[in-house]
Structures are given as structure tokens and as C-alpha cells.
Design a protein around this ligand. Structure first.
Ligand code: PAF
Length: 286
């Protein structure tokens, strides 16, 4: 059956009321569209656990910086709706900016998860996580999900959303799903659309560097700095500019000098103008 497309608050509220009256729970997959198999894994996870699956499609202006790709962000809406239909999504929520942000940013309620939002991606994308939290909380309040699904590729985002939900006592279960990769190891991302085949091949060096770190740990090299320094060239030689490349404790987001089973390697950088991020748990490297 085709997914119902909901665009207004009243359409959404009517749909949700019907679902809740039937005692069904709602699984929510927020997206910015340009759906790929990574998003569709989130849809599948929702279909496995939740009764009703709602996907939102909204390219959120507040999470983009001035010189970023907001205006060129790919929006193949027809293809996205078709994919949702094929994968059994129940409803697609496509809100307008007028609904989510009726006033200018300076008049709008802002949500800030401090400290952690300044690390990694937050170092160069100053207001990125503020924008993510602003839109996700608005979407949560509109959609009223019981569960919400996010990809581990955006591990810092997942961590921050879990914290926001905990700090604000939202009654929503946040579930992380593993990163979907191409055969080369490159993490799927809507921004991969900007890359040529050759660039995609080169960008697989990010995952190759993670694998190398993992294999060095199995030879008993545990010093984070030495690990990063030993593999940095794999990425640099492929023509990628590094924004950050760090090993952190995945529970605290503090630097791990010596890696442990709780360490995770985080990468952010650019292939030309295309931003690439990825991360990898080191828990099984020991
Ligand atoms: O991960 C994304 O696609 C976005 O940051 C999200 C969570 C949909 C908020 O705009």
C-alpha cells in the first residue's frame, strides 16, 4: 500500500490520533531526504519493532552554516516517496519551513546540548547540533513517536539526541542502527551523490584507515596518538582534507589516551567541497 503523504499539522495530527486510538505505537525515521539503503535500514528497523512507521523529509536550514550546501542539498522527492512506498512506510511527513519555524531564528526557541555539541563536527560546524536539536525536538513533538531511529554513521548526532531526550524527560526510545557501507567500505551518505566514481573509490580510504587502526591494536599498540599518526597518511594520500581524526571514549566523548573496548575512532573531512564523516567502534579490535 502506498504511504500517506502528510504535509500540514492538521493532516499529521488526524493521522496520529487514529493510530494512537487504535493503541498502536509509532516508529519515526527523521530524514533530510535523498534516501539511500542506510535510511532504508532505519525504516526496516522501525517496521521490525514499531507498529506504524513514519518517515519525515525536511532539509533543515538551521543545521547548515552560511557557506554550506543547504541550497544545493539533493532533494529527489519523487524517488524518495517511491522508495518509502516500496519499503512499506505508513506515512511520510513533509513539513514546511513555515510550520517548523514560523518566526526568524532570533525569535525561535533554540535547543542547545552544550559541551558535546562543540566537539568533532561542532568545531567547524558551529551551530550544527543546535539546528539538529531544534528540528528534531519540533518533529518529535509533532509526530509523538514511541521510538525514533537514527544511524550510527552520525554517532555524535545520535549521542546528542539521546542526551536531549534524557535531559528533557521525553518519553521516546532512541535506537541507533549500524552504518551501511558500500563494498569498498565507504559509508553511505546522501552527500556521496556529489562524488565521482573515482572520488568514491578514494573516499574508501577512511574506512581502510579504521581497519588499519584495528589491526594495529591487535598487535598491542594502544596509544591513540600513535595509532592516528600511523594511519593518517592513508587518508591524506587519497586527497582528503582532515577536519578531525580522533579516538574518543564513546560514552563520555572524552579523548582516550590509551584505547579501550569503549573507544571509537571519529573522522570528519572534505573531499573537495564534499563533507565526509564516519566512525568505527574499536571494541572488537582487542
Ligand atoms: O541525520 C539527518 O539526516 C538530520 O540531521 C536529521 C536528524 C534528519 C535532522 O535534520
Amino acid at each position: 500500500m502506498a504511504a500517506i503523504v502528510l504535509q500540514t499539522e492538521i493532516e499529521l495530527k488526524t493521522f496520529i490520533k487514529k493510530v494512537k486510538n487504535k493503541g498502536l505505537n509509532i516508529g519515526f525515521v527523521p530524514t533530510m531526504g535523498c534516501l539511500h539503503e542506510g535510511h532504508l535500514d532505519l525504516v526496516q528497523a522501525s517496521k521490525n519493532k514499531s507498529d506504524i512507521t513514519i518517515v519525515s523529509i525536511y532539509v533543515n536550514p538551521t543545521q547548515f552554516g552560511k557557506n554550506e550546501d543547504f541550497s544545493s542539498y539533493p532533494s529527489p522527492l519523487k524517488a524518495d516517496i517511491e522508495l518509502c512506498n516500496q519499503r512499506g512506510v505508513d506515512a511520510i511527513f513533509i513539513p514546511s519551513t513555515k510550520l517548523l519555524y514560523p518566526e526568524k531564528l532570533s525569535y525561535s526557541t533554540q535547543i542547545i546540548v552544550p559541551t558535546i555539541s562543540k566537539k568533532l563536527c561542532g568545531k567547524t560546524r558551529k551551530n550544527f547540533f543546535r539546528g539538529v536539536c531544534m528540528v528534531v525536538l519540533r518533529l518529535f513533538n509533532l509526530v509523538q513517536p514511541d521510538q525514533a531511529y537514527f544511524g550510527e554513521k552520525d554517532y555524535q548526532q545520535l549521542f546528542i539526541i539521546k542526551k536531549m531526550v534524557r535531559d528533557l524527560f521525553l518519553n521516546i526510545e532512541i535506537l541507533g542502527c549500524p552504518t551501511r557501507r558500500e563494498a569498498s567500505g565507504l559509508a553511505l551518505s546522501s552527500r556521496n551523490k556529489y562524488l565521482s566514481t573515482n572520488e568514491k573509490e578514494k573516499a574508501s580510504s577512511i574506512h581502510a584507515s579504521f581497519k588499519k587502526i584495528s589491526s594495529l591494536i591487535s598487535t598491542e599498540i594502544y596509544d591513540s596518538e600513535i595509532l592516528i599518526k600511523s594511519v593518517e597518511s592513508i587518508i591524506l594520500d587519497s586527497g582528503i582534507d582532515i577536519d578531525y581524526f580522533e579516538i574518543l571514549n564513546q560514552q563520555s566523548f572524552r579523548k582516550s589516551k590509551i584505547v579501550t573496548t569503549e573507544s571509537r575512532v571519529f573522522f570528519g573531512g572534505y573531499m573537495g567541497k564534499t563533507r565526509l564523516i564516519d566512525n568505527f567502534s574499536l571494541s572488537t579490535s582487542f
